[in-house]
Design a protein around this ligand. Structure first.
Ligand code: CA
Length: 336
């Protein structure tokens, strides 16, 4: 299954590249798409001047389509994924940043009731503490992904939201460089996330997500708004008993199913007595390697996850991303 999928993806990307490099394809069709998009944006109430100025610079970026079709992190097993993102070096650099920005970070932690260790972990994993912010012109990234058919509707909406933020002068149009998928700043916010949760914390009338004050406060505000609960657990690694019914094994981040009280699930956990879990918490079991790594065991690795873990899935819908974030957070708790 997975191998077939990979071959399909590779063939797809060869086909796409061939199409794109065939003369005229991208330029003509893309320009036509830009024209249509401009009309739509102006009709939706964004000023014509801003739409024309910004979209006149939008380019079709074939690399973005390549990245979209092949995302290697999906093929990394959970242990490798977590290890790479929670190294000693990552912890050291996070502590260095914390020491440098201690006063701001501690005020944000208090104001939003979100652990500083979680904020540091997210920034460390998203951008290596602001070192990898991405250099892609995100107007062109979003335009390319909107023009592309795979997730056109989603990215068109993202692009419209971004233009609206620029039109309202909430975001500075001259700093719109980020990831290939249009994510931006220290915490890699998509335009929708900026609109819904970003704040001008240092009150200088613009939201600067590459600045410590605004970006930390925006990330904390996002986590608080989606219901992150301070001092509640995220996950524990578990060893499962063979008699656990299949329906309790979640392998997809899209929809965590069959949540139960710990009290109910504990009978399927071999190492339960070694874990310090409150029995009335709602939990679920995940097996993150199962659908991704060819030949992966069914019952291992496995984790019991709680409400807070699902909040991180809300941030980025990947089972292993949320495991890595909470692992790094815990590492910071032991060090700070
Ligand atoms: Ca600001």
């Amino acid at each position: 299954m997975i191998i077939n999928k990979m071959i399909k993806l590779i063939l797809n990307s060869i086909l796409i590249s061939a199409l794109m490099f065939s003369k005229g394809f991208a330029s003509e069709d893309f320009l036509r798409w830009v024209k249509n998009f401009e009309t739509k944006a102006i009709e939706s109430g964004i000023s014509e001047k801003v739409v024309k100025e910004i979209m006149s610079k939008a380019k079709f970026l074939p690399k973005v389509i390549e990245y979209d079709r092949y995302q290697p992190e999906f093929y990394e097993d959970t242990f490798t994924y977590i290890k790479k993102r929670t190294s000693n070096r990552k912890i050291k650099e996070g502590i260095k940043l914390y020491k440098k920005e201690k006063s701001v970070i501690e005020v944000v932690e208090k104001d939003f009731n979100v652990e500083k260790e979680l904020l540091l972990a997210l920034m460390g994993i998203e951008t290596n503490y602001g070192k990898y912010l991405g250099k892609m012109d995100i107007i062109s990234s979003l335009a390319t992904l909107s023009f592309d058919e795979r997730r056109s509707e989603f990215f068109t909406e993202e692009l419209l939201i971004l233009l609206r933020l620029v039109d309202k002068k909430i975001i500075d149009r001259n700093i719109l460089y980020g990831s290939w998928a249009g994510a931006f700043g220290n915490f890699q916010f998509m335009p929708r996330t900026i609109r819904n949760y970003a704040i001008d914390y240092n009150k200088n009338k613009t939201i600067e997500l590459k600045n410590i004050e605004d970006s930390f406060a925006s990330a904390a505000n996002y986590l608080k708004s989606i219901g992150w609960k301070k001092n509640q657990p995220c996950f524990f690694r578990v060893e499962l008993k063979n008699n656990i019914p299949k329906k309790f094994l979640n392998s997809s981040a899209r929809n965590i199913k069959n949540k139960k009280k710990v009290n109910f699930l504990k009978k399927y956990i071999k190492n339960y007595d070694n874990l310090d879990i409150k029995e009335n918490l709602v939990a679920a079991i995940i097996i993150p390697d199962k659908d991704i790594i060819p030949g992966a065991e069914t019952l291992s690795p496995a984790y019991i996850i709680f409400e807070n873990y699902e909040k991180i899935l809300n941030w980025n819908r990947s089972l292993r991303f949320a495991l890595a974030v909470c692992t790094l957070k815990e590492n910071f708790e032991n060090e700070i």
